[in-house]
Design a protein around this ligand. Sequence first.
Ligand code: PEP
Ligand code: MG
Length: 576
Amino acid sequence: MSELLKGIAASDGVAVAKAYLLVQPDLSFSKKSITDVEKEKARLDSALDQSKTELEKIKDHAEKTIGTEEAQVFEAHIMILADPDFIGTIKQEIEDQKENAEAALSDVSGNFISTFEAMTDNDYMKERAADIRDVTKRVMSHLLGVNLPDPTMINEEVVIIAKDLAPSDTAQLNRKYVKAFVTDVGGRTAHSAIMARSLEIPAVVGTDKATDLVQSAGDVKIAVNGITGDVIIDPTADEISQFEKAGKDFVQQKEEWAKLKNESTITADGKHFILGANIGTPKDLDGVLDNGGEAIGLYRTEFLYMDSSELPTEDDQFEAYRKVLAGMNGKQVVVRTMDIGGDKHLPYLPLPEEQNPFLGYRAIRISLNKQDIFRTQLRALIRASHYGSLGIMFPMIATVNEFKQAKAIFQEEFDKLKAAGTPVSDDIEVGMMMEIPAAAVLADKFAKVTDFFSIGTNDLIQYTMAADRGNDRVSYLYQPYNPAILRLVKNIIDSAHKEGKWVGMCGEAAGDPIMDCILLGMGLDEYSMSATSILKIRSLMKRIDTSKVVELAEKAVNESVTNEDNIQLVKKYIDI
Ligand code: PEP
Ligand code: MG
C-alpha cells in the first residue's frame, strides 16, 4: 500500500524506480560445539567457494565500470580466501576447539586484524587488516545464508534506500542506474548530500524510517521528489504519473535555465556578481563549465586524499590542481587546503576516536600539527599557480594566530620554490574560510591579514546554533536566515569591505534563492554553490534590483526575530 514519507530535500530532481535496500544484514551467530569436524570444514569450504565466485564477478564488473587499478582490491580479497596461513588457522581451530565455522572464522580473523592493526607504522599491513575484515564479512554471510548488498553490481534502474551514506559510498554510485537515493538520517549540508548535488542524483535525506518501511514492504517501487522532500513507497499509478509530471516540469525548467549558460550574472539594475561552483575533484570541471560557472569558489581537496589509498604525492596533487586551473582558463579557482575530520576520514591516517569529531582535531588543526602533509600540499598548489588564477584558503580558522601561522608556512614554501627558479604566480591570493563564530565576530581583525574571506555557512550555522549538520533530529535548527546568522554574515562582509578585501560564500546557503536576495542586499561579492544550482540562481538574480534588497537586508538583520520572518520578508519582495 502506498505510503508517503517527508524528508529533507537534498538534491533536486524526480525519479521513480525499484527500491534497492542498502543495509548491512545481521551477521550475528551463536558459538556452537560440533562433533563432525569434516562436515564443518566442508561448510567453510563451500562458503569460501561461494565468496570466490562472488568476488570474481565483482572484480570483473569493477574492471569494466571503475577501472583496473580500483578492481585490484578484489584480487587481494580473492587471494585471502586461498591464504594457507589464514584459512589453515581457521580449520585448525575448528579441529582443536570443536567449534562451528562461524566461531572459528570470527576468532581467527579477529586475531589477524588486531595483529595487523598493531603495526602502526606500516600502512600496507593496516590495509590488509581492512581487507581481512571485508573478506570475513563476505564468508560469514555465506555461512549464515544471508546476502550482502553490493551497489557496484547494480545493473538496472533503482532508488537506493540506506540508513546513511558515507561520502565514499556516494562517490561510487553509478549515475546510469542509480536514479535517486533516500536515507534515514542526514541533513542538507552533510557531505553525502553535497555530493549527490554535484552528481545530479535526486536525493531525500533524514526520512527517519525509509529503510524500515521498505524492508517490510519487500519488492516495491519508490517515487522520490528531491525538490520537495516527498518520498512515496509503493506508489499508486496516479502517484507515479504525478511524480513523472513533476520530473518532466523540472527537466523543462532546466532547459530554460540552460539558455543563460553563456551569460554573466547581471542583476535587473545592471550589477555584476560572480557565480562560482564548489567542486570535489577535477572530474567536476565539466559540470562547472556546462553550467556556466564564472569561478571555482571552493575546491574541497580532501576528496583527493579520500580517493587514494595513501597520502597523495606532491606530483599527484600538482597534476590535479593544474588540471583545474588550466581548465578554468584564467577564471579564479579557490582551493581549500585539506579539511579532514568531522564526517571526512582517511583510512590510512588514523586519528584518535573523539567524542565530538566536529569540534575536534580536524582541518587546519591537523595541517599545522602535521606540517609535512601541509607543506606538500602547499608546494603542489604553488607550482600549479603558474597555470591559472589561484586563491588558497584555510579551513576552520578560529584565531588570527592560526591564520598567521598557516600563511607563514605558505610564504616559506613560496619563497623556496621561487628561489629554486620554479615558475609560480606572484598573484596568489591567500584567504580563509569564515565558518567558526569566533572568527566571524572578530572579522575586522582577520580582514587586516587575509586577502579574502569565504563564508562557510554549513559549519557557521552548525556551530552558531549548536546543531550537528548531519543530524536530522536537529535539522530544524539549520536556519540560514535567522537574524543571529545574518548578523555574523553582515559583520564578515562589512569588515572585509572596510579593508578593501572581497568576500564570497561557499556554504550551501550561497545557492539558496531566499538567502541570495538578502546577501545581494548586503553586498556579498561572490556566490559559490553546487554547479547544478548556478543557472537557477543566475535566472533569479536577473530579476533582482539591488537597490531594493539593501533595505530588505537591513530589515532582515535589524527588525526580524526569526528565520521564518525573513522567509516572509523575501517572499513579499519577490516570487520565489
Ligand atoms: C562550510 O562549512 O560551509 C563549507 C563550505 O565547508 P564544508 O561543507 O566542506 O565543511
Ligand atoms: Mg566547513
